[in-house]
Design a binder for this molecule. Structure first.
Ligand code: HEM
Length: 418
C-alpha cells in the first residue's frame, strides 16, 4: 500500500505485535490516515457497499450450504425444507437470493460511476481490468447459484447456457459434455455447480484484495478527474469517508430490506417454484434480470456462434475501455458531448435489458439488433472519435480550487452561531 504509516502503537502488546506482524499499521495507513480526495460524492460509496455485500453473500451462503443437498432428487426439497423447517431459513434464503440482486445493482452503479468519471484511465487501467475480472466471476457465480434450487428455470437456464459452448466448431460438443460431466444436464452438473458456487466467492474475495491494493497504489479518482496535488485536496479516510460510506450503506440496506421483507420473490421467476422437469420446457426461458442485456445481445444475432461471440465480446470489450477512450480529460463533468453519449449508452443497456425479457420475435428482435449495433458502436466508434474531436471545458487547477472558496472550506469564515 502507498503512504507511510504514522501509526504509533501505545499498548505494549500492540508494540510487540507491530514489530512482528504490522497489521494494525497497515489498517491505519490504508483505512484511517489514508488521504482521500475531499470532493468524493455518494457514487464513491459503492466500493465499500460491494465489499459488505460480498461478505453478506458468503456468510448467508455458508449457512445455507449447511442445510442444502446438492443432489437432483433432493435439491428442490432441501430448499423447501430451508424455507419451512430451518430456523430463520426463509430469511436466510431471501437474504441470499435478493442479496445477489443487490450485489449486481451495486456493481452496475460502481461500473457506471467509473465510466462517467473516467476512472479507468491511466494510471488506473489494472484496477479497472481487475474489476472486469471480478464482474465475470460474479456472473459465473450467480449463474451457478441459480441452478442450485433445481427448479424449472434453474434446469432450463443451465441447459441453454451450457449449450452455448456447442457453437464452437469442432470442440463445442466435447466442451459441453465436459461441462455437464455426462451426456445431459444432471446430477454431476448440479454437484460441480454447487462446488464451484461455493468456491468462486472466495476467488472473488482474493481478486478484490488485488483490486483494493491497486486502488491504494494509484489513489482514488474523484468527480473532477484532476489528481490531488497538495494536502488541501485530500482529507483523512477516517472519519470523512468511513462516515459517508456507513451512511449510504444504511440507505442501501433499507432498499435491500424492502426487497427481503416485502417483495422477496419480485425479482425471481414463478417457474422456479416448480421442480425441474427435463420433459417439459417452460414457455419462456428467462435469466435473472442482471443478465438480460447480454441475453438480448445473444439472441439478437441469428447465427449461434456469432451470437455467443457477441455475448462474450460485449463483456470483454469493457477491459479495453482504457485504450478505446482516447480523451485526455477524465471526468464527464468537463466533457459535454461524452456526457450525452454516456446517458445514451445507459439507455441502450436498459433497453437491451427490457428486450432480453421479451420473447425473441418480431419488433423485439429488430430493436435488439439496433441496440446491439449501437452498444458496440459506443465502444468502437463513439469513444475513439469523441476523444479526438470533442471540445472539453476548462479543468480546475486542483480539487481544492473546485470545491473550496479562496482555498478555505466553504462556510469556514462564517461567524459562529449561538
Ligand atoms: C466485488 C466487487 C467489487 C468490490 C468489492 C470493489 C471494491 C472497490 C472499492 C472498495 C473501491 C474504492 C471505493 C470506490 O471507489 O467506490 C473500488 C474502486 C474502483 N473499482 Fe471496484 N469493486 C468491485 C467491482 C468492480 C468492478 C466490476 C469494476 C469495473 C469493471 C470496478 C472498478 C473500480 C474502479 C475503476 C475503481 C476506482 C474508482 C475511482 O477511484 O474513481 N470495481 N472498488
Amino acid at each position: 500500500m502507498s503512504g507511510h504509516s504514522t501509526y504509533q502503537p501505545q499498548h505494549p502488546f500492540m508494540k510487540w505485535m507491530e514489530r512482528r506482524l504490522p497489521i494494525a499499521g497497515l489498517v491505519y495507513s490504508s483505512f484511517i490516515a489514508y488521504p482521500t480526495p475531499r470532493n468524493l460524492n455518494y457514487w464513491w460509496t459503492f466500493g465499500g457497499i460491494l465489499t459488505v455485500m460480498l461478505a453478506a453473500q458468503i456468510i448467508t451462503g455458508v449457512v445455507l450450504a449447511m442445510h442444502y443437498t446438492p443432489h437432483v432428487d433432493f435439491a428442490f426439497n432441501s430448499i423447501e425444507g430451508i424455507m419451512r423447517d430451518v430456523n430463520y431459513g426463509r430469511l436466510l434464503r431471501y437474504l441470499h437470493s435478493n442479496g445477489a440482486s443487490m450485489f449486481f445493482i451495486a456493481v452496475y452503479v460502481h461500473i457506471a460511476r467509473g465510466m462517467y468519471y473516467g476512472s479507468y484511465k491511466e494510471p488506473r487501467e489494472v484496477l479497472w481490468i481487475l474489476g472486469v475480472i471480478i464482474y465475470l466471476l460474479m456472473m459465473a457465480t450467480g449463474f451457478m447459484g441459480y441452478v442450485l434450487p433445481w427448479g424449472q428455470m434453474s434446469y432450463w437456464g443451465a441447459v441453454v447456457i451450457t449449450n452455448l459452448f456447442s457453437a464452437f466448431p469442432g470442440v463445442g460438443e466435447a466442451i459441453v459434455t465436459w461441462l455437464w460431466g455426462g451426456f445431459a444436464v444432471g446430477n454431476p452438473t448440479l454437484n460441480r455447480f454447487f462446488s464451484l458456487h461455493y468456491l468462486l466467492p472466495f476467488v472473488i474475495a482474493g481478486v478484490v484484495v488485488l483490486h483494493v491494493w491497486a486502488l491504494h497504489v494509484v489513489g482514488q479518482n474523484n468527480p473532477t478527474g484532476v489528481e490531488p496535488k497538495t494536502d488541501k485536496d485530500t482529507v483523512a479516510f477516517t472519519p470523512y469517508a468511513t462516515v459517508k460510506d456507513a451512511f449510504f450503506l444504511i440507505c442501501f440496506f433499507l432498499l435491500y430490506g424492502w426487497f427481503v421483507f416485502y417483495i422477496p420473490n419480485y425479482l425471481g421467476h414463478a417457474d422456479n417454484y416448480i421442480p425441474a422437469n427435463p420433459a417439459v420446457t417452460p414457455a419462456h426461458i428467462v435469466p435473472e434480470w442482471y443478465y438480460l442485456p447480454f441475453y438480448a445481445i445473444l439472441r439478437a444475432i441469428p447465427d449461434k456462434l456469432m451470437g455467443v461471440l457477441a455475448l462474450g465480446g460485449s463483456i470483454l470489450i469493457l477491459a479495453f475501455l482504457p485504450w478505446l477512450d482516447t480523451s485526455k480529460v477524465r471526468s464527464a463533468r468537463y466533457r459535454p458531448l461524452y456526457r450525452q453519449f454516456f446517458w445514451i449508452f445507459i439507455a441502450t443497456v436498459v433497453g437491451l435489458g427490457y428486450l432480453g425479457s421479451k420473447p425473441p420475435e418480431g419488433g423485439y428482435v429488430i430493436a435488439a439488433r439496433i441496440l446491439t449495433i449501437y452498444y458496440f458502436a459506443h465502444f468502437l466508434i463513439v469513444l475513439p472519435l469523441l476523444g479526438l474531436f470533442e471540445k472539453t471545458k476548462p479543468l480546475p487547477n486542483s480539487i481544492s480550487e473546485s470545491v473550496l472558496k479562496d482555498g478555505e472550506p466553504i462556510g469556514a469564515s462564517a461567524p459562529a452561531k449561538g
